[in-house]
Design a protein. Structure first.
Length: 60
């Protein structure tokens, strides 16, 4: 498993668009595009929600 440093995207504009016909989500960060299938998108959404809640709970 690789560690990927995403700090290169700090301060970049983030957007996302759904393509339900083909079953994927396109995430745009700066000028980079990431394509993930909908199952991965649901899993990432859930994991990020948990991590953000944990972060916010610990930041108090």
């Amino acid at each position: 498993m690789a560690n990927i440093d995403l700090t290169q995207w700090d301060g970049k504009t983030i957007g996302a668009a759904a393509n339900p016909e083909q079953g994927y989500i396109n995430i745009t960060i700066g000028s980079d595009d990431l394509f993930i299938n909908i199952e991965q998108a649901y899993a990432i959404h859930a994991a990020l929600g948990e991590a953000v809640a944990e972060y916010e709970g610990g930041a108090q």
